[in-house]
Design a protein around this ligand. Structure first.
Ligand SMILES: N[C@@H](CCC(=O)N[C@@H](CS)C(=O)NCC(=O)O)C(=O)O
Length: 210
């Protein structure tokens, strides 16, 4: 199996895909989408991603998929390598629980901080420090919950292996080395968990680019 990955090199959501592809030894071809030309908003692009965003993937047989988490989940079932999604119903239920934690507890706040501290600067806009001051304690409360979970088990979904949901924290968790987010992650969350997931070879391979 292989696929074409349509995105930009600075897309953080895209790294959810590339790190799962590395975990599962799946080759891909990167096809750049030019944001400077707003290529992601053209009718041709909307045919592939109706929200005018990246990433999306395309296989030789015509199969296409957008939404980075869904793509990562699909890729986790392809290729070869460590089992990333459990088949046992109880373990799978825990996987879904961890998925929900990443998506609904962590991501909205992490994305808000990333928007203020990184994405706005890329667009030549100023960080709203007041907003950051509101968001950072909120992230802190969420990470208190992580401490409780991770003091009882190795990963968010249990003790077995590293599921995509752990790995999906990496793009926003490391978005800028000096960002408040990283400091929060390293001081509040179980450092063992963070060191474990961020030292994966898959992450080392993709963290600098898509
Ligand atoms: N939920 C989507 C979010 C996609 C998204 O936010 N993509 C960003 C890049 S990481 C983008 O295309 N931004 C440009 C735009 O919205 O015009 C996913 O996970 O794939």
């Amino acid at each position: 199996m292989s696929f074409k990955l349509y995105s930009t090199s600075f897309s953080d959501c895209t790294r959810r895909i590339t790190l799962v592809a590395k975990e599962r030894n799946i080759p891909y071809e990167f096809v750049p989408v030019d944001f400077k030309l707003s290529e992601q908003k053209t009718p041709a692009h909307l045919e592939h991603n109706p929200f005018g965003q990246v990433p999306y993937i395309q296989q030789d047989d015509g199969f296409e998929l957008y939404e980075s988490r869904a793509i990562g989940r699909y890729l986790a079932t392809q290729g070869s390598g460590p089992e990333l999604i459990p088949t046992d119903p109880i373990a799978y239920a825990k996987f879904e629980q961890a998925a929900s934690v990443e998506y609904s507890q962590f991501d909205p706040i992490a994305a808000g901080i990333a928007t203020e501290k990184v994405f706005k600067l890329r667009r030549g806009l100023e960080t709203n420090e007041e907003r950051v001051k509101e968001l950072v304690p909120l992230l802190g409360f969420k990470l208190d919950g992580y401490e409780i979970i991770l003091s009882k088990q190795k990963y968010l979904a249990g003790n077995v292996r590293t599921y995509p949901r752990d790995l999906y924290h990496l793009p926003y968790g490391t978005i800028r080395q000096d960002s408040a987010l990283v400091v929060m992650m390293l001081t509040k969350v179980c450092v063992r968990w963070w060191n474990d997931i961020s030292s994966r070879e898959s992450w080392k391979a993709v963290k600098g680019s898509a």
